[in-house]
Design a protein around this ligand. Structure first.
Ligand SMILES: Nc1ncnc2c1ncn2[C@@H]1O[C@H](COP(=O)(O)OP(=O)(O)O)[C@@H](O)[C@H]1O
Ligand SMILES: [Mg+2]
Length: 367
């Protein structure tokens, strides 16, 4: 068990700033996802924790000890990569035992450790096979076994499921959640897949452009996104963000006015440009004042995603029942659930301006 802390970490490659002002405190036993688009600095962060890269400035500590100058092998961590790189000529048992062999652990002790890891990962029937006789999911489990066998304090996983097909990914997600529950170890999991982060992690560090955007529970990043980037990155389809003008308790968009409950927002908001955010599940078709035209209806079987166009050409999405009859070209009036409205300052990283308690979880049925 170990806590992991990054304090004011900065990482430059030459003149390129890959990470700045990174402050993350991970509690012992926590499952934390580092989530963000490709190139945002997730792997660099993980590699610094592993000791494979060094911060340009700032501190990294594991279990209360600053490890900036501690070699990877002495950090008590294990890392699992996207490409699991098993040794093809070795059996599953030999692959799992390899890190122990390298450290001079005796054959008898290796056998016990391999047996334990194999039990945990249900690999016992496969111990004598070679990697090429295994499915992708089984190979990934062997890679996990190889990490597990050293009994590290901290597991670092870099997109470990991204080479697997969708069905296997969802199966492995469940396995990893279960594994974390059983081991109780600190796990830090890099992914660009919000579904993985939302379903697996206790907390999610959302990153963008080398900066931490928000570090909070899945519920909070979904229902109380810190800024427009988080609001658009978390959720499929994304939260609608309408550019408009705030004037007292009215938000003007596309030549119409949406009344707001001003008590839900910061008191010092002036008149001017803001963005109104509302998730597609809280856009009501046929219940509201805003005129719109239906442009597209996508029925997934259990719901419909409806593309709507306002009179000024602005598009937004609504999510409705699959059974509802909606026609492309139809003119409708739409409205937004008042408790589900977010206000943001302008700009991509414009902060959310709701009072902190506002717009937490609203029951889906009330849409
Ligand atoms: N060794 C390196 N030299 C130069 N630039 C690098 C190096 N490693 C990563 N980068 C750059 O740093 C940024 C973050 O990379 P990375 O941490 O791999 O992103 P992610 O894992 O989020 O996709 C990218 O722009 C990448 O090109
Ligand atoms: Mg990466």
């Amino acid at each position: 068990m170990a806590d992991v802390t990054l304090t004011n970490v900065r990482k430059q490659f030459g003149t390129f700033v890959a990470l700045e002002n990174l402050d993350i405190e991970i509690k012992s036993g926590e499952f934390v996802a580092l989530l963000g688009p490709s190139g945002c600095g997730k792997s660099t962060t993980l590699r610094m924790l592993a000791g494979l890269e060094f911060p340009t400035s700032g501190d990294i500590s594991i279990d209360g000890r600053v490890v900036n100058d501690v070699a990877p092998g002495k950090r008590d961590i294990a890392m699992v990569f996207q490409s699991y790189a098993l040794y093809p000529h070795m059996s599953v048992a030999e692959n799992i035992a390899y890190p122990l062999k390298k450290r001079g652990v005796s054959a008898a002790d290796r056998k016990v450790a391999v047996q334990k890891a194999a039990e945990l990962l249900q690999l016992e029937p496969l111990l004598d096979r070679k990697p090429k006789q295994l499915s992708g999911g089984q190979q990934q489990r062997v890679a996990l076994g190889r990490a597990l066998v050293r009994e590290p304090k901290v597991f670092l996983l870099d997109e470990p499921l991204s080479n697997l097909d969708a069905k296997l990914r969802s199966y492995m997600r469940a396995e990893l959640i279960e594994l974390h529950r059983r081991l109780g170890k600190t796990m830090i999991y890099v992914t660009h897949d919000q579904l993985e982060a939302m379903t697996m992690a206790n907390r999610i560090a959302v990153m963008h452009g080398g900066k931490l955007q928000q570090f909070d529970t899945p519920d909070a990043v979904y229902n109380r996104p810190a800024n427009r980037f988080v609001a658009s990155f978390i959720g499929t389809p994304s939260m609608n963000q309408l550019e408009g003008q705030l004037d007292g308790a009215l938000f003007h968009v596309a030549g119409h006015s949406i009344p707001l409950d001003r008590t839900r927002f910061a008191d010092d908001l002036g008149t001017g440009d803001y963005a109104l955010g509302v998730r597609p599940e809280f856009v009501a078709i046929g219940d509201g004042e805003l005129p719109a035209k239906i442009r597209l209806v996508e029925n997934t079987g259990h719901e419909q995603i409806v593309t709507l166009e306002l009179t000024d050409g602005t598009r937004l999405l609504a999510r409705t029942d699959a059974a509802r009859r909606l026609d492309v070209g139809q003119n409708v009036q739409i409205g937004f659930h008042p408790d589900a409205i977010h206000l943001f300052a302008p700009g991509e990283e414009g902060p959310r301006l709701n009072k902190n308690d506002a717009a937490s979880v609203i029951p889906m049925r009330s849409r």
